[in-house]
Each structure stands twice: as C-alpha cells, then as structure tokens.
Design a protein around this ligand. Sequence first.
Ligand code: ADE
Length: 241
Amino acid sequence: PVQRIDIVSIFPEYFAPLGLSLVGKAVASGLLAVDVHDLRDWTHDRHRTVDDTPYGGGAGMVMKPEPWGEALDALVDPEQPPVLVVPTPSGVPFTQALAHEWAHEPRLLFACGRYEGIDARVMDHARTRMQVREVSLGDYVLNGGEVAVLAMVEAVVRLIPGVIGNPESLVEESYAEGQDGLLEYPVYTKPASWRGLEVPPVLLSGDHGKVDAWRREQSLDRTRARRPDLLAAEGAVADAS
Ligand code: ADE
C-alpha cells in the first residue's frame, strides 16, 4: 500500500485540508506520510521564476523544465521510484480503477502544473526512470492541478487498508465491483416520515430479498437516467435493459 505521497506545487497552502479528516488521520496514525513541497525551492533567480513564454507562440505561460527537473532529482529515490502523477485536462480520465491501482503503489509523486502546463520534456525525461501518468479529473478546466490532486489523494488514501473503519462501506458504494458498475441506490434513515415524505415501505419490511431487489432496480433506474454510458460499457450488467 501507499507509504508516502509527495506533492510539488507553487501553492503549497492549497493542501492544508490534507491535515483534516480521513487523510489527516491516516497520517497521524503513521499509516502514511504526505509531504508538500514548494516548486520555487528549486529555482535560483531572485524572482524564483517558474514559467516562461511558449515556443511556437500562443497565449499564456509554460512551466520551465529546470525547477521540475531539480525537484524530481531531489524527491525521487532511484531504488524505489514513485508513480509520477501529473494532473492535466489533456490527460486520461482519472477513475476508481486508477485509484485502486495507485493505492497499491508504495510511492506517489503528484506534480501540479499551472498556467498552460509543464514543458513536455519534464514528463519525457521522467518516463526514462519512472511511470508517468497524465490524468484528468473530468471534462472541465481548472486553474491548476492542485484541486485535482486533493481529489485524487482522497480517492486513493481511503482505499489503503486500515484507513476506513468499516471496509464493507467500500464494497457497496458507487463504482465498486460489488455494484456491477451501477450507481448507488438512494438511502434513508429515521424518521420514517419527514415533511410529509415517507421512506419507501419495502425498506421497513424486514424482507432482505425484497430490499436487495428494490435497491438493484433503483441502481438501474438511476444509472439509466444519469449515466447511460456506464450501461453501454463493456462488462456492464447483463440484465440492464
Ligand atoms: N488541471 C486543470 N484542469 C484539470 C482537470 N480537469 N483535471 C486535472 N487537472 C487539471
């Protein structure tokens, strides 16, 4: 499982929330080390410059390769290289499958780009010594990789054995294997009647077979309405239509 996560960013303050909640507890309990580094620590000029204009022209700025190269030299142990994760809207989609994969890696290094991105030679050079994954959180554009890294770190860390109190909650939820790739069904708690709205009676029936069948139907209805692409996907549940 993941033992250490390094994050490099020009905005280390973005990662204060990693001290809270689930990730904070995993770090406090010694299951995991998370270290956030300021990319500007690997600059040498007075202005601590990390960007420059793009070759070939065009709008915006590109992150210079030298600080990134030095950062990776300093943080990567050649004996145990990390998976280098570079969030970018032009990456492959980040999925629960990737979260599971990364939860098994001893080391992850997240490189947060800003502006129009990082000089592509940084990733090309890194690929000669470690796995590099350019990934996107979704089909929208963020200002930089920081928010994407917060999301990915949370998705990975909660899969580390011992981080979540009740491992059963990992099995049933959306995108977990136990759901056949369907979205999760709606959930209810007490009171049974609230503002004139009743909990579906089947859930109060005590008939576990009926409850399971109802939940499955709800999962299918939801998936059809919200994520028909999941039903079309290979390996989707056979009786989905
Ligand atoms: N950086 C900017 N936009 C992003 C996105 N959609 N996913 C991951 N990283 C990003």
